[in-house]
Write a protein that binds this ligand. Structure first.
Ligand code: FMN
Length: 198
């Protein structure tokens, strides 16, 4: 592989990585089966420690299951996530990927696979949005999830809607420019605190 090819490959993945965004506006148009399959495919190829894949997904598409999903959301997420035609519960299994040094390593694996799915969804023209605002006991009970599974995240996905159709307080959030810390704030060279300067 020559240098040009390497640069091209990097550019191909960096663009969606940079542009992916957590919007809150969806249309109710159902997602086609092949689109849902692509989300699952991107997710399941996520990396995990020792390839343990300590994750499960519940794809919520029916009206009754959808109501159970919304019931478990925080009040602020209830204002927009109910519209998403595909709702996803991401579960992790703490015994399939045991804790180390008091750290929940199953959660790290779930997060990596989740990002795969978010980037794939964005690249297919979806609004796809991860949520941490929910009541775990409600999610577990509403979806009859057996122990010892834990909830890692909830996700809403659908084709992009219109910001104007959102309640104004929610629309404001989607209009905000996306920001990130500068590379020198989060990356160091050789020792902690020695800002990476490119
Ligand atoms: C694990 C996780 C949980 C999140 N929880 C919520 C949430 O409950 N409600 C919400 O509106 N956004 C939530 N977000 C979206 C973040 O606010 C968003 O990713 C962040 O502001 C960066 O914006 P961007 O994704 O558009 O780059 C969550 C994101 C992640 C990764």
């Amino acid at each position: 592989m020559n240098d040009t090819t390497t640069t091209d490959i990097r550019a191909e993945i960096l663009k969606p990585l940079r542009e992916r965004r957590s919007d809150r506006h969806f249309t109710q148009r159902p997602l086609e089966p092949h689109v849902v399959a692509s989300l699952v495919e991107a997710f399941r190829w996520g990396p995990s420690s020792n390839n343990r894949q300590p994750w499960r997904l519940i794809l919520v598409r029916g009206a009754e299951a959808s109501a159970k999903f919304v019931d478990a959301l925080s009040d602020s997420n209830k204002k927009w996530a109910h519209v998403a035609p595909l709702k996803i519960v991401l579960l992790g299994h703490p015994e399939e990927q045991p804790d180390r040094d008091g750290q929940n390593r199953w959660l790290l694996d779930c997060g990596l696979a989740l990002e795969n799915m978010l980037v794939q969804g964005y690249s297919m023209g979806l609004t796809i949005h991860a949520m941490a605002g929910w009541n775990e006991q409600k999610v577990l009970a509403n979806f009859s999830v057996p122990a010892p599974f834990r909830v890692a995240a909830l996700v809403g996905a659908g084709y992009r809607g219109r910001i104007e159709d959102l309640p104004e307080e929610v629309a404001e959030k989607d209009r905000k420019p996306r920001t990130r810390k500068a590379p020198g704030e989060i990356a160091f060279t050789d020792t902690f605190g020695n800002a990476y300067g490119g």
